[in-house]
Design a protein around this ligand. Structure first.
Ligand SMILES: NC(=O)c1ccc[n+]([C@@H]2O[C@H](COP(=O)([O-])OP(=O)(O)OC[C@H]3O[C@@H](n4cnc5c(N)ncnc54)[C@H](OP(=O)(O)O)[C@@H]3O)[C@@H](O)[C@H]2O)c1
Length: 305
């Protein structure tokens, strides 16, 4: 069962329909059964709950293999930061209580910064809170500025030829269609961690190709990255239980530091650093690729090696 919050929204609805089209079971959460009707008609399960109601969310998340979480925009909130905190806490508590193993969060560009980014600070805090949940495997989609933000200004643009906003007009701002975010969110479980980022980068490359007839470089590096992920995935597919235990044993402090320090999207650099810190990971990976036998060749515990 896949549970989608904001299932009537821009990204949630796309993720839900994408999963339903793949034949998955989907439970969509929103505040109105009426607005969730389209999802029900497509075979989804409707669950009415407010995101501030953690008890209801716990029931809604129960039995979920993965949950898509988001903090809805609320321009009327007298204290936006507090509103974001309440929703984050409610969602996090429900994920904990329902013991959800996987989550994908709708975050934003700039969420790596702890301050100075306005409402995005709330998403930084949401990421930090979700990262602290034991046993939860969470991925944050740090997406760019939504193209749909411009829709409210179409009339103004049409009449005056201008855009109005708080952003520096010279700022080169990456943008994305919310459809692509929902699409990427729905792919998380069927692909690797790299699959999400590559989904978004794929969209970027296509945009470049359309705008400047120049997306070839981006697509080439994307293909290289995908091939690397595929290689890792192939190796992991051959792992037996004892190989996984061995993998955990081999993650020495240096390997842990590399995992924390380097961005997982840069797979080549992470793998290189991991293998520098713990060369026996190369053996483990190769054995996975070439055989499905046990490991390691010279003793079980690689800690501190
Ligand atoms: N705009 C940008 O450029 C940008 C860029 C990066 C990240 N973001 C982030 O994207 C998120 C917003 O995305 P969006 O604007 O596309 O939103 P949206 O999907 O339109 O969000 C609203 C969704 O949340 C549901 N919802 C609203 N309040 C709720 C509540 N109290 N309880 C339960 N469900 C509730 C709504 O359903 P019902 O009304 O049917 O209940 C709807 O499905 C924000 O976290 C924002 O920071 C935005």
């Amino acid at each position: 069962m896949y549970v989608i919050t904001g299932a009537t929204g821009n990204t949630g609805s796309v993720a839900a329909f994408h999963l339903l089209a793949e034949g998955k079971q989907v439970r969509g959460i929103g505040r109105s059964a009426e607005r969730l009707q389209r999802l029900a008609q497509m075979g989804g399960e409707v669950f009415v709950a407010d995101l501030t109601d953690s008890e209801a969310l716990t029931r809604g998340f129960r039995g979920a293999e993965a949950v898509y979480v988001m903090i809805p925009p609320d321009v009327a909130a007298p204290d936006l930061r507090e509103r974001q905190r309440v929703i984050t806490e409610s969602i996090a508590t429900a994920l904990e209580r329902a013991q959800v193993p996987y989550a994908v969060s709708l975050s934003s560009i700039g969420a790596d910064k702890a301050e100075g980014t306005g409402p995005v600070v709330g998403l930084h805090r949401m990421e930090e809170r979700l990262n602290r949940i034991r046993g939860l495997n969470v991925i944050h989609l740090r997406c760019a500025y939504f193209m749909e933000n411009l829709l409210v200004q179409t009339e103004l643009i049409h009449e005056t030829g201008m855009l109005v906003g708080a952003l520096d007009p010279e700022l080169r701002l990456p943008m994305i269609a919310t459809r692509d975010i929902g699409d990427a969110a729905a792919q998380v479980k069927v692909s690797t961690v790299g699959g999400i980022v590559t989904g978004l980068r794929g969209a970027q490359a296509v945009a470049k190709a359309i705008l400047h007839s120049d997306g070839a470089g981006e697509l080439r590096s994307l293909r290289r990255e995908l091939n690397l992920h595929l290689l890792v995935r192939r190796s992991l597919h051959q792992f037996k239980q004892e190989d996984y235990s061995c993998l955990l044993d081999l993650l020495n402090p240096g390997a842990h530091e590399s995992l924390a320090r380097f961005h997982r999207d840069d797979a080549l650099r992470v793998l290189w650093r991991l293998c520098q810190n713990q060369p026996r990971l190369i053996w483990l990976g190769l054995r996975g690729l070439l055989t499905n036998g046990g490991f390691p060749p010279d003793g079980r515990n690689g800690n501190g090696a």
